[in-house]
Write a protein that binds this ligand. Structure first.
Ligand code: BES
Ligand code: MN
Ligand code: ZN
Length: 506
């Protein structure tokens, strides 16, 4: 969708549809809405007084202007109660407007950013969140069909109206950034939605390489032989049950200033998780094509960082493999030797994520990062604890945990801390190896965190268990049913403010 900005006044704007956001209980037009009302000789007032528009969050009311205004139609867009206002609710409301415009068959529309000025938020924030809401709200996975189904065509042009020429130049950068980030999130959603037979480790690595070439990102893919000769017994062990060979995807974004801090991002890339010999139940097993969503998010963050030229050095490491049972599969009781030299007793082949991440974290340490962040759909227990909207967050770098929490608030990609108590390491003590990969149901998410911590070499590190929020079973305003692309906007927002550990800026 093309996004334009005009400094034009609202009442001179001519378009098939003009979107006017308004709070719940708006009875009399004020501000820009008042000027619009005057020009239309009270048309706005009459619509508002009709009572048809209540202003509930995400509500839309479309009315023909029949010449009362230059635009053919007006869409009143509910922002909900003014006291509940947040940037994320604004983002969601704009998604609803874009979806309603699509249902109407409108290909071109304008959005006023100033019709109802919110209590807090800069014009830049409003513009950026509006673009994200619309671009992400209009997303749909095209699917794989022999014939295209009947569907409403997407709008191809939206014009933002900040109200003045000065506003126009002010929001220009924010709009470009939001567009680019939304494009990346849509790309990540596509990767995650793709069925596992079309998103094998090899194909995932190819998509990563193709993307890296497109944006001039340094990249390298290690194949099975490389992985074996390095001694990544964890990744090899999990991959052993499948005919599809594993891959280790490595991407690097270099800041213009080489002294910029370096962050390593590690993402779980299980392209299908059957559980292996510790087989999962059949019900919803198809869902396990999403077990590479952490890895896909890492690829997205690197992509966005390169395109935004973020002033931070990034390394992205994505270990990719299937987890399947077979005559060659790794088995409960097996002991694997990882790249770090440490050994893992496999007590459950379905706790495979931590096993491949162990090797990937060790590999990432070779780049001497100042900070490690991993994203992984690691435990069902995390969904039990926090549901499908909030990621579990564990780690040893308190200032980073706090900065991520704040990034979560501004982006709507929420994270919540869980502790890593030392005595809980009891759960993953092994009789035969340095540790075991699963210690029963209790504190399942924390066990995962404690396990990973053993492979970060004491470096500042944060683990995000994203099992819940990477997928939604219900339509949400700007995340239609399916893959959400969770993590990209969160980490981009965090990295924008990251100046290094102990620099007080995060
Ligand atoms: N990929 C799953 C976790 C998961 C479950 C993600 C449901 C999204 C939805 C992970 O590999 C897994 O199977 N974890 C086990 C760990 C257990 C065996 C210790 C789990 O959660 O049951
Ligand atoms: Mn599993
Ligand atoms: Zn898994």
């Amino acid at each position: 969708m093309e996004i334009r900005i005009t400094g034009q006044r609202l009442w001179t704007f001519r378009s098939p549809l003009l979107v006017l956001p308004a709070f719940q209980g708006t009875r009399r037009p004020e501000g820009d809405l008042k000027s619009l009302d005057d020009v239309s000789e009270g048309w706005i007032s009459r619509v508002l007084a009709s009572g048809d528009f209540r202003g509930k969050w995400g509500e839309t009311l479309v009315q023909h202007t029949f010449g009362a205004l230059p635009s053919k139609r007006v869409m009143f867009l509910g922002l909900g109660e003014i006291d509940k206002w947040s940037l994320d609710r604004w983002r969601g409301a704009l998604a609803r407007a874009a979806q309603a415009a699509r249902r109407l068959g409108v290909r071109r529309f304008g959005v006023s950013l100033k019709a109802s000025p919110p209590p807090s938020a800069s014009l830049e924030e409003l513009a950026g969140a509006a673009v994200e809401g619309m671009e992400l709200g209009l997303y749909r996975f095209e699917g794989i069909r022999s014939e295209d189904p009947e569907k409403d065509p997407d709008p191809h042009e939206v014009t933002l109206l900040p109200g003045t020429q000065k506003g126009r130049t002010r929001i220009d950068l924010a709009v470009r950034e939001a567009r680019l980030v939304s494009e990346t999130v849509r790309w990540v959603r596509d990767l995650v939605s793709e069925p596992a037979n079309r998103m094998t480790p090899t194909l995932l690595a190819e998509r990563a390489e193709e993307m890296a070439r497109q944006w001039g990102i340094k990249h390298r893919v290690l194949d099975e032989d490389d992985i074996a000769s390095l001694g990544m017994g964890g990744l090899l062990g999990v991959a052993s049950g499948s005919k599809e060979p594993p891959r280790l995807i490595v991407l690097e974004h270099e800041a213009d200033d080489p002294r910029a801090p370096k962050v390593a991002l590690v993402g779980k890339g299980i392209t299908f998780d059957s559980g292996g010999i510790s087989l999962k139940p059949a019900q919803k097993m198809d869902q396990m094509k999403t077990d590479m969503a952490g890895g896909a998010a890492v690829l997205g963050v690197i992509q966005a960082a390169a395109r935004l030229r973020l002033p931070v050095n990034l390394v992205g490491v994505v270990p990719a493999t299937e987890n399947l049972p077979s005559g060659k599969a790794y088995k409960p009781g097996d002991v694997l030797t990882t790249l770090s030299g440490r050994t893992i007793e496999v007590t459950n082949t379905d706790a495979e994520g931590r096993v491949i991440l162990a090797d990937a974290l060790s590999y990432a340490l070779r780049f001497e990062p100042d900070l490690l962040i991993d994203l992984a759909t690691l435990t069902g227990a995390c969904i039990v604890a926090l549901g499908d909207r909030i990621a579990g967050m564990m780690g040893n770098a308190s200032e980073v945990l706090e900065a991520l929490r704040r990034a979560g608030e501004s982006t709507g990609e929420m994270v919540w801390p869980l502790p890593l108590p030392e005595d809980y390491e009891e759960y993953i003590k092994s009789e035969v190896a340095d540790m075991k990969n699963s210690g029963g149901r209790d504190a399942g998410t924390i066990q995962g965190g404690l396990f990973l911590q053993k492979f970060v070499g004491g470096k500042p590190w944060v683990h995000l268990d994203v099992a819940g929020p990477v997928w939604t079973e219900k339509d949400r305003p700007y995340a239609p049913k399916g893959a959400t692309g969770f993590g990209v906007r969160l980490l981009v927002a965090f990295l924008k403010g990251f100046r290094g550990i102990g620099k007080g800026s995060v």
